[in-house]
Write a protein that binds this ligand. Structure first.
Ligand SMILES: [Zn+2]
Length: 289
């Protein structure tokens, strides 16, 4: 039987394959992993993990240097250097070159002078390849994203009272009476918002809070009061059912009762009030927009 000499290549002590020329292989690996500006490789653990051992193998045993090289590269932890465009500190996209990133940054700054849009050098585990077409549309995509986010922030700001964000409408229905828009029988202005809905419709807590009242109270009929903190309370009147009791902690969106027509009411609807430090405020300023 005839033999030939070869090197066994190990990665982290695992046998990967045979090579003929160690120096040539090492050079190829260096070129691929360390000297390769084109590929944006910043560093890899291959230098530390790869080892070689001289061995005599059967002459007919194949030596597949290319496959061994590919296997080593695949096993290596590679970190790439890229250029990120970040908006208010959040990385939005990555590019191989600083020029590409700057192009997108400039496009965004045209629309958002006040926004912090930066290009930074970052290390990543994957290399993002952006095509020409993508590069042309990426600015517009991020523009939409920022616009959307700013819109949501404005909406949230508008629905916030004393730091309490009234995140959802308490029932789905039709507004039939607005705050102070009609004179009540005893010449009292309307203190809340009336939302007509089918009897039994879910009433939801507009934000987290503690139930401070759940029972019958005069013209309100079956009433739930939730204290949200910071002096903000919400009132849910004329309920047909109450699913919570005093001292219950309720979560935003939790079903607390059902629409009814108890108390001073002529048809099923929710009478919804917001109070700030005990004073009535107009709920339509915050909800049902
Ligand atoms: Zn009402």
């Amino acid at each position: 039987m005839k033999f030939k000499s070869a090197y066994t290549v190990y990665f982290d002590n695992e046998e990967i394959g045979y090579i003929k020329n160690k120096d040539k292989f090492k050079k190829q690996l260096e070129e691929k992993l360390y000297d390769n500006q084109e590929e944006n490789i910043a560093f890899s653990n291959a230098r530390e993990e790869v080892s070689y051992k001289l061995k005599f193998i059967k002459k007919e045993e194949p030596i597949e240097e290319e496959n061994t090289l590919v296997a080593i590269i695949n096993k290596s932890d590679i970190m790439y250097v890229q250029y990120a465009v970040s908006v208010e500190g959040e990385e939005k996209c990555y590019f191989k070159t600083q020029e590409e990133a700057k192009k997108v940054q400039e496009e965004l700054l045209k629309n958002f002078e006040e926004t912090n849009i930066a290009v930074t050098e970052v290390y990543t585990k994957n290399l993002d390849i952006v095509s020409e077409e993508e590069l042309a549309t990426i600015g517009a995509q991020i523009t939409n994203e920022i616009n959307q986010k700013q819109k949501e922030e404005r909406k949230k700001e508008e629905a916030t009272i004393s730091g309490i964000y009234l995140a959802i409408n308490p029932v789905l229905g039709t507004i039939t009476s607005r705050y102070a828009s009609r004179e009540a029988i005893r010449n009292h202005a309307h203190t809340g918002l009336d939302i007509a809905a089918k009897a039994g419709t879910d009433i939801k807590a507009v934000q987290d809070g503690i139930v401070t009242f759940a029972g019958t109270k005069g013209g309100y009929g079956n009433l739930i009061i939730i204290d949200h903190g910071n002096g903000i309370e919400t009132y849910y009147g004329h309920c047909s059912k109450l699913y919570v009791k005093e001292q219950d902690n309720v979560k935003l969106g939790e079903v607390i009762g059902a629409v009814g027509s108890t108390g001073n009411s002529t048809g099923p609807h929710l009478h919804f009030e917001i109070r700030k430090d005990g004073e009535y405020v107009n709920p339509a300023k915050y909800l049902y927009k």
